[in-house]
Design a protein around this ligand. Structure first.
Ligand code: GUN
Length: 280
């Protein structure tokens, strides 16, 4: 039977710690401000953006909300970002993804000043991570490292297998586990004998976007299983990329969905915002 890694509780603890830090900054006259930009009104994005604003409020970070219509041109969006880059009172800039099809996401990300890139998506932030230099780290993988550390799960020397190679989760996850001295394998949709590889893992991080894909046949007895996926099933309930009930008896520790990785992403965004107070 697995130990449940409680992301809700760990993220609440991190947010409490950040709240104290923000109050200390405030006492010194330092205010932190995050600009959040949403283009269009994708319902899922609106929920995420709302949660980010709420987290800012809780911690004591000011937030500037830009709710732009779907028809906003790329040039208009880039001009807003450039203005925010130049504003001394704005520490962090977040552009909620996905963007409408007529806007080049890579160009938008590249336009954000790397010192304000609290999402950690800018090529400079990714490059810094890959060569062990200082920079913002993508929030979901950073949150997973915190989940492991705060649950006393050692990474050093362990076999870590990441399923999925996205720029936002899989790749930075692999780099972070490597930074923590894990032995890291990245797998993906073209990996041969995926089960053979995942069964080697002491720590298995799953981010493939397929509901309940990982069953107990993929998991070594006692492994730690981290589930990044989130899907709404036909019955209205949420599930992850891992078949939780099936894997529960085999795993040593497991994150639930919801209440595992999800809450950590926002907590780490807030941590990046607090860090931004020192960057600019
Ligand atoms: N869309 C889904 N997740 C994220 C995220 O972490 N940051 C941004 N900017 N957009 C997202």
């Amino acid at each position: 039977m697995a130990k449940i890694i409680d992301g809700k509780a760990i993220s609440a603890q991190i947010k409490e710690e950040l709240k104290v830090q923000v109050a200390e900054y405030k006492a010194k006259g330092i205010d932190i401000c995050l600009a959040v930009i949403q283009v269009g009104n994708d319902p899922a994005s609106s929920v995420y953006v709302g949660n980010k604003k709420k987290a800012c409020e809780f911690i004591g970070i000011n937030s500037l909300a830009y709710e732009l219509p779907e028809e906003t041109t790329q040039e208009e969006l880039l001009n807003i970002i450039k203005d925010l880059n130049n504003r001394a009172d704005v520490n962090g800039i977040l552009v909620q993804l996905p963007l409408p099809k007529h806007i080049d996401e890579d160009l938008v990300i590249k336009t954000i000043d790397p010192s304000k890139d609290v999402d950690g998506f800018h090529p400079q932030s990714v490059g810094a991570l890959s060569i062990g230099q200082k920079g913002y780290v993508s929030c979901t993988p950073a949150g997973i490292i915190q989940l492991l550390k705060r649950s006393d799960i050692e990474i050093k020397g362990k076999e870590c297998v990441v399923v999925g190679r996205s720029n936002i989760v899989g790749k930075p996850m692999a780099l972070l586990l490597l930074r923590e001295d894990g032995t890291v394998t990245v797998t993906h949709s073209r990996t041969k004998d995926l089960k053979e590889v995942t069964k080697r893992a002491d720590i298995l991080v799953v981010a493939i976007g397929k509901p309940k894909f990982i069953t107990k046949e993929y998991v070594k007895e006692g492994a730690t299983v981290i589930d990044v996926g989130i899907h709404r099933m036909d019955n209205g309930k949420l599930c992850g990329d891992v078949d939780y009930d099936d894997v529960f008896d085999v795993a040593g520790a497991i994150t639930p969905v919801p209440g595992g990785v999800g809450p950590m992403t926002i907590a780490m965004l807030m941590a990046n915002c607090v860090e931004s107070a020192l960057m600019n």
